[in-house]
Ligand binder design. Structure first.
Ligand code: HEM
Ligand SMILES: [Cu+2]
Length: 657
């Protein structure tokens, strides 16, 4: 082989790590297996027409969910690798460079490709059904958002085997992430994949805010809106105001890297602190973007399984909105030690602590809702109950970190690692899992096994404390974040060992969750009523899974907890709120389209081209995007009507006519 081709290949493909060869092999095997199964069972057409081209929010939600779980596995493997490396002093399981790459991809994946798709899964699955709508405001755009996210995730993961992963941390600060210290393509992959998924997230934020503001069923005023939907309002506002800061930061850093500009390098008057500000102006609200929907889930779950309406509805709404506003004024707490001075630091310390007030309001309202309720301990309720102590500890340690002078001591130590995992896992992940168990019957028509769910919960929850509690101590003992190993004799060994045992326990919990998904697909209890939990909000008035047009007749709402009220009134023989109060009319629905998927492929091409500075690919990708947009603008028939006959047949098959 000529030397330059050989050079090219060894640079293009990541070589030298046995773990990476393992990854190569498993990628090839999995791809072959998927292709084989699709071909053998003749499922290609089904895959394309039912899923890849769908604009149905329920299906898009399910695809987000599957992607989030897959990425959680990926990020989880990273976590396990890191914890294994840190288990004992002086370990040589991972080298320093590899460790850097792994904490970077782990953090990036978990925030942008696990937490985000997970909340978007629930937005899609729940919001239109909960507000009595037939779809989201912009269904075609919704599909585009999904495919941008999907191909961005693919791009980031590809870096692992082609070209090399980013290694400057999920926050990717220059100058470390600049071209001078990080030749990469890894860092380019990071910038491009975040940029692409960011466009999709921005569109999702706009889409759902408009959906909620404009498409509510008649009578469903804002102050009658279910709390999950309220939390989506908060998250969407935050997405819309914060993502542009990320877009700008990533674009400027990319220009610095590929075009040799100096926005963030001291040369020619650039300023690295500008990046840090821009990043956290997005980065801090981002943690509320992913935790507010979890709060929404807990509100639904607590009310349903306590058989009571939520305590303090108005204060719940107010606290969501207060959190939405304040969380935008705290970003500097991520760099108290970077020399802003006492005035600035005090302002941001106080603003940060102020968030504890509305959050506390919410926690007490959940507790008061449970007080004297008829509580049923189901899987969603378990995750909700598990969340409360977690969040109390995570919130308290957050307030400790917000004390600016104290933060000078434990800034970037393991204390921080323990704190943010406590809120991100104990808040977001617990919330998303609670939501998954709760709405699973609505998605698939059967429920997940309660027995397996309980085992999974206890492995995960106990593992969580065993993993992260020792890390608070480690932080106070001086162990800093992002170190790949440590010497003997510091007293850190036993704590790290225990933490690693906890991480393995969490991994067992995750495997049990996935096992439950598979098991229940065959043996799960079927839901024939559509209202398996005896719940309170409108989505439970539909059959499970809901027909693709959702509501044959749009319901009228005149109170909070609309479905609960309807059920009560039906019991009393008053049927004023009956769903079948109007005649069925033809339903207007959007057409499927393959273009969002192809658009994802084009953006992937652009990203890949940029990563390697192959500008022909970039131009080609952008041209294709332009053509696709043009084609769309000439598409005059993008929707159709479902005839009354077909609706009647479907409803009759559900036994509803
Ligand atoms: C199974 C549970 C998890 C374990 C055992 C785990 C473990 C770790 C470890 C060992 C690190 C590196 C610490 C260091 O060397 O500095 C880390 C970093 C990080 N983790 Fe996790 N993690 C888990 C889940 C999550 C989740 C669910 C999220 C977010 C939703 C998350 C977000 C992050 C972030 C943002 C970083 C920082 C990366 C960086 O420093 O650039 N982790 N995690
Ligand atoms: Cu923050």
């Amino acid at each position: 082989m000529p030397v330059d081709i050989k050079n090219f290949l060894t640079h293009f493909f990541v070589t030298g790590y046995p773990l990476i060869y393992g990854a190569d092999a498993s990628i090839i095997l999995a791809t072959v297996a998927i292709l084989f199964v699709l071909t053998y069972f003749k499922k290609w057409k089904w895959l394309w027409t039912e899923w890849l081209t769908t604009v149905d929010h329920k299906k898009i939600g399910i695809m987000y969910l599957i992607a989030a779980l897959l990425m959680m596995f990926r990020g989880g493997v990273d976590a396990i690798l890191m914890r294994t490396q840190l288990m004992l002093p002086n370990m040589h399981f991972l080298g320093p460079q590899h460790y850097n790459e792994i904490f970077t991809t782990h953090g990036t994946l978990m925030i942008l490709f696990v937490a985000m798709p997970f909340i978007f899964a629930l937005f899609n699955i729940v919001v239109p059904l909960q507000i009595g709508a037939r779809d989201v405001a912009f269904p075609y755009l919704n599909a585009i958002s999904f495919w941008l996210f999907f191909f961005a995730a693919l791009l980031l993961n590809l870096s692992f085997v082609i070209g090399g992963s980013p290694d400057a941390g999920w926050s990717s600060y220059p100058p470390l992430a600049g071209a001078e210290f990080d030749k990469g393509p890894g860092e380019n992959y990071y910038l491009l994949s975040l940029q692409i998924t960011g466009i999709g997230s921005m569109a999702t934020g706009i889409n759902f805010l408009v959906t909620i503001l404009k498409m509510r069923a008649p009578g469903l005023t804002l102050m009658r809106l279910p709390l999950f939907t309220w939390s989506v309002v908060g998250a969407c506002i935050l997405i819309i105001v914060s993502f542009p800061a990320l877009t700008a930061a990533l674009a400027l850093l990319l220009i610095d890297r590929v075009a040799g500009a100096h926005f963030f390098t001291m040369l020619a008057g650039g300023m690295p602190m500008m990046y840090v500000n821009l990043f956290w102006i997005w980065g801090h609200p981002e943690v509320y973007i992913v935790v507010l929907p979890a709060f929404g889930v807990f509100s639904e779950v607590v009310a349903t399984f306590s058989k009571k309406r939520i305590f303090g509805y108005t204060s719940m709404v107010a606290s969501i909105m207060v959190i939405t506003v304040i969380s935008y004024f705290v970003w500097v707490h991520h760099f108290f030690t970077m020399g802003a001075g006492p005035g600035v630091n005090s302002f941001f310390a106080l603003a940060t602590m102020a968030i504890a007030i509305p959050t506390g309001v919410k926690v007490f309202n959940w507790l008061f809702t449970m007080y004297r309720g008829r509580i049923r301990i189901t899987a969603p309720m378990l995750w909700t109950l598990g969340f409360i102590p977690n969040f109390a500890i995570g919130g308290a340690t957050g307030v400790l970190l917000a004390v600016a002078p104290a933060d000078y001591q434990y800034h970037n130590s393991y204390f921080l690692i323990a704190h943010f995992h406590q809120v991100l896992i104990g808040g977001t992940i617990y919330g998303m899992l609670a939501g998954m168990y709760y709405w699973w019957p609505k998605m698939f028509g059967h429920r997940l096994s309660e027995g397996l769910a309980k085992h999974a919960f206890w492995w995960f929850n106990l593992g969580f404390y065993i993993c992260f509690m020792p890390q608070y101590a480690l932080g106070l003992m001086g162990m800093t974040r992002r170190i790949y190993t440590y010497p003997k004799g510091l007293g850190w060994g036993p704590y790290n060992f225990i933490a690693t045992v906890g991480a393995y326990m969490m991994a067992i919990g995750f495997v049990l969750i996935v096992a439950n998904v598979v098991y229940s697909a065959f043996y799960g209890e079927r839901d024939t009523t559509g209202d398996i939990w005896d719940a309170r909000t409108l989505e439970w008035s539909l059959p499970s899974p809901a027909p693709h047009y959702n509501f044959a007749v749009i319901p009228h709402v005149d109170r909070r907890d609309a479905w609960w009220v309807m059920k009560q009134e039906r019991k009393e023989g008053k049927t004023t709120l009956d769903l079948q109060q109007e005649p069925i009319r033809p339903i207007h629905m959007p057409n499927n389209s393959g273009r969002p998927f192809i658009l994802g492929v084009c953006f992937f091409t652009v990203g890949f081209g940029f990563a390697f500075s192959w500008y022909a690919l970039v131009v080609l990708g952008f041209l294709a995007v332009a053509v696709l947009l043009l084609v769309r603008s000439f598409e005059y028939e993008d929707s159709h009507y479902i005839p009354v006959e077909e609706i009647k047949e479907t409803e009759a098959a559900y036994g509803r006519l």
